[in-house]
Design a binder for this molecule. Structure first.
Ligand SMILES: Nc1ncnc2c1ncn2[C@@H]1O[C@H](COP(=O)(O)OP(=O)(O)O)[C@@H](O)[C@H]1O
Ligand SMILES: [Mg+2]
Length: 190
């Protein structure tokens, strides 16, 4: 665990050191790559996230997907199932509120919930990744739990500087199918 926390600290420092201009360039380049993926082209419903703490910002990708009339979802902390996420349909201008981690999320509206198995593609934020597709998150295990039985493509978005030589993976860690960075598309399991 200590090991994992040390890697988290290292990777968060790496991405926080990026300037706003570097962040913006990275977001644009990553969106371009992601839009070339056949999984994304054929998807109708895609889960994204809002960037926090230097994470690769999916906003340009989110806007391109909305412009293609796709359904974009954002994660919300599950109100009853601790440690799980729910994916809610997002529309620009909709009411947002900060969750208990201070991260903005859509205000919960059950009519906008899409069951996880019905999501075509899930994009996840991450703290660190490696060249086997292992993913280290913030330490809450939210995506591991939520995607435990998910069969669709799971695509990590990250800065190249978040790559680690070899992450210690645990049995519960849900691996990534694809990782997209500003420089590359790395395919693992699909
Ligand atoms: N599918 C799961 N079922 C039960 N507990 C889980 C599951 N996935 C993760 N956890 C728990 O969540 C905690 C954090 O997981 P971890 O993988 O370290 O976080 P992260 O994926 O955010 O880096 C661990 O203590 C782990 O036991
Ligand atoms: Mg994990």
């Amino acid at each position: 665990m200590n090991d994992r926390n040390q890697i988290r600290r290292w990777a968060r420092e790496q991405r926080r050191a990026l300037s706003p201009q570097q962040q913006q360039n990275a977001a644009t380049a990553t969106a371009k790559h992601a839009l070339t993926l056949p999984e994304v082209a054929k998807a109708k419903t895609l889960a994204l996230y809002l960037a926090n703490d230097g994470e690769l910002d999916p906003e340009p990708l989110l806007h391109s997907l909305l412009a293609q009339a796709k359904s974009v979802l954002l994660p919300v902390l599950h109100p009853f199932h601790q440690g799980q996420l729910l994916f809610l349909r997002y529309r620009p201008g909709q009411d947002m509120s900060a969750n208990r981690f201070g991260i903005p999320e859509p205000v919960l509206d059950v009519q906008q919930v899409v069951p996880t198995h019905a999501v075509d593609v899930v994009f996840t934020p991450l703290v660190a990744f490696d060249d086997a597709g292992h993913r280290l998150g913030m330490g809450g295990g939210f995506y591991d739990r939520t995607l435990e039985r998910y069969q669709g493509p799971i695509i990590g978005l990250a800065h190249d500087c978040q790559q680690h030589p070899a992450l210690p993976a645990e049995s519960w860690d849900k691996p990534l199918g694809i990782i997209v960075t500003p420089k590359a598309i790395k395919r693992f399991r699909c």
